[in-house]
Design a protein around this ligand. Structure first.
Ligand code: GDP
Length: 297
């Protein structure tokens, strides 16, 4: 379960303060110290933790708590609001083009779950929003990746555009958009190549596709289970490509939650979706408030 370890620790910490009719500065100090440790143990970015604790402290010893009839509850509310804010506040939706198709580029390192997520997103767009996406296989370096997307397309009964491994990714992407227009498809999901590490060649290619197709969204797919590595990967991709959102995969297996809690603050980019399993229906819009509730119980 996502955030399991963190949830357990934070819930036992805040339990101590919930019922209090009066909250002293000392109480707040103790609570924030424990929250700080729990977050660091959950692999949340050091600076993110520092800033968060500062804000919680300021608010928890402030008027809104002191003047409340249930100060203990009020402190918990403050912590919850700050965690929600940390993860982006409001749920962030897909930017839709007013001239269809809406073009979404999927980028990320190999193994992060990019291809699976492309299939999941297509499934979600059709199921929830009644859309008809075209999937595009732009990873020309790994025939297996093209095959994988074609298999997903088969399972979903959705078209997959590919030109094999000989064509240039940027040409494949451009052709795919032409085809989507002809067929009146409203979304084009471009599955790009990933590498084991961030490298200039990969970024150059992604930049070229970006410049040619001017995507409405560039979703960076990162693996939640890699914690601060995921945050570092997000930072480099964002620096070079200016991504528009993050999809956090494998949150189902991430008991710590460090990436989920750090990425937005470090990169300034919202987490838009979360992968909650390997199946094609296991992609959920990321709701910061619900995530905070999951952590705090
Ligand atoms: P890509 O190389 O980035 O395209 O990664 P893949 O889409 O091939 O995914 C790599 C592995 O991660 C596969 O075994 C997927 O089934 C698995 N995977 C992807 N998303 C999730 C997720 O949200 N939860 C879990 N548990 N596994 C996932």
């Amino acid at each position: 379960m996502a955030f399991e370890g963190l949830a357990e620790r934070l819930q036992s910490t805040i339990k101590k303060i919930t019922g209090k009719g009066k909250v002293s500065e000392q109480d707040v100090k103790e609570m924030t110290r424990e929250i700080r440790l729990a977050l660091l143990e959950a692999d949340v970015n050091f600076k993110v933790v520092k800033d968060l604790i500062k804000r919680i402290k300021e608010r928890a010893v402030g008027q809104e708590v002191m003047e409340s009839l249930t100060p203990g509850q009020q402190v918990i509310k403050v912590v919850k609001e700050e965690l929600t804010e940390l993860m982006g506040g409001e749920q962030s939706k897909i930017a839709v083009s007013d001239r269809p198709p809406t073009v979404i580029m999927m980028v990320g390192l190999q193994g992060a779950g990019k291809t699976t997520t492309t299939g999941k997103l297509a499934n979600l767009l059709r199921k929830k929003h009644n859309r008809s996406p075209l999937l595009v296989a732009c990873d020309v370096y790994r025939p297996a990746a093209i095959k994988q997307l074609e298999t997903l397309g088969g399972q979903l009964d959705m078209p997959v555009f590919s030109m094999g491994t000989e064509a240039k990714p940027v040409d494949i992407a451009k052709k795919a958009i032409e085809k989507a227009k002809e067929e009146h498809r409203d979304y084009v999901l471009i599955d790009t190549a990933g590498r084991l590490h961030v490298d200039t060649e990969l970024m150059g290619e992604l930049d070229e596709i970006k410049a040619a197709v001017k995507p409405d969204e560039i979703f960076l797919v990162v693996d939640a289970m890699t914690g601060q590595d995921a945050v570092n990967v997000a930072e480099s991709f964002n620096d070079q490509l200016d991504v528009t959102g993050v999809v956090l995969t494998k949150l189902d297996g991430d008991t710590r939650g460090g990436a989920a809690l750090s990425i937005r603050a470090v990169t300034g980019k919202a987490i838009k979706f979360a992968g909650m399993g390997e199946k094609l229906d296991q992609l959920e819009p990321f709701h910061p408030e619900r995530m905070a509730s999951r952590i705090l119980g």
